[in-house]
Design a protein around this ligand. Sequence first.
Ligand SMILES: C/C(=C\COP(=O)(O)O)CCC[C@H](C)CCC[C@H](C)CCCC(C)C
Ligand SMILES: Nc1ccn([C@@H]2O[C@H](COP(=O)(O)OP(=O)(O)O)[C@@H](O)[C@H]2O)c(=O)n1
Length: 309
Amino acid sequence: MHGLAMILSLPLYRIPPPWSSSPLSYSYDLRLHRQLASPRQLPLLWFASPPRLRRRSLCTSTLASGPATGALLQDAGATAAVLAGAYSLVRAFDALTENNLIEQQNLSRKLVHILSGLIFISSWPIFSNSAEARYFASLVPLLNCLRLVINGFSLTTDAGLVKSVTRKGNPEELLRGPLHYVLILILCSVIFWRDSPTGIISVAMMCGGDGIADIIGRRFGAQKLPYNQHKSWAGSCSMFLFGFLVSIGMLYYFSSLGYFQLDLTETVQRVALVSLVATVVESLPTEVMDDNISVPLVSMLTALLTFNY
Ligand SMILES: C/C(=C\COP(=O)(O)O)CCC[C@H](C)CCC[C@H](C)CCCC(C)C
Ligand SMILES: Nc1ccn([C@@H]2O[C@H](COP(=O)(O)OP(=O)(O)O)[C@@H](O)[C@H]2O)c(=O)n1
């Protein structure tokens, strides 16, 4: 059976809406299990199959080498691919700024700020279901952490990196916002991973919420906050809205892949609360803690208290 015919022969499963309060139906599991039992028909849904079913197909397809070896190879490949993606993203924005396709270095930095973390957590499903997968994934921010430290102390000079992720082009700046950013990604990968909404929401608020606040606030932030003349209503409102929408979108993405099931109404209420708390904290006129620490940490705490995992 050639490729197209094979794909067309696949029964079109309707993945139960991730917001359904009832767990995956037995008939769905049974049908998908039947489908996965035959390696030749590893369906396009393999990627989207609930993790517990994926283990069987992985074992089926790696009987010769053993499931552990298959998972190790999968995680090593995924780590290499995401590392390459991280390097390419920074290089791409460096080139766009160099060629004046992005007129402002700050805009370039903020787009790297928004995209890096969101694409990173979006890549989590390509890692295996092994217990070690989260540690492989955390290698990406860890190696970027080392890169920031080495360049931050000017042990080497990566001009493209400095230009793409610093405000003023000083290498020491790499040791503040960017370093805090990757440390949070390591923490969320190892502690929460893709099994909990907490880490996903924290990264979404740090990247989507805090990142957009700067872009919108700098451009449309004429009306300053009464208690902080450096922050504006436009920046804070955009942080709340974008942080909320990106968090909901990322939770939908992971729940549609079967990592967890969430009740829509409760999730909207809880994420709105997390986004509100993070937005208020970000707007405070304190310089005690970098936003890349305070925003994800307060999001983590609020999400843990509301989602309980
Ligand atoms: C610009 C960044 C932080 C600065 O924040 P702020 O000072 O504006 O508040 C982000 C720094 C990103 C870092 C250099 C690279 C991180 C890569 C990430 C771990 C993996 C991305 C992989 C994906 C495939 C792009
Ligand atoms: N809530 C916010 C956040 C930022 N901003 C604007 O974005 C600029 C940078 O914000 P920021 O110092 O929080 O930037 P980062 O620390 O996130 O890099 C501020 O000086 C404001 O012009 C805003 O107007 N309202």
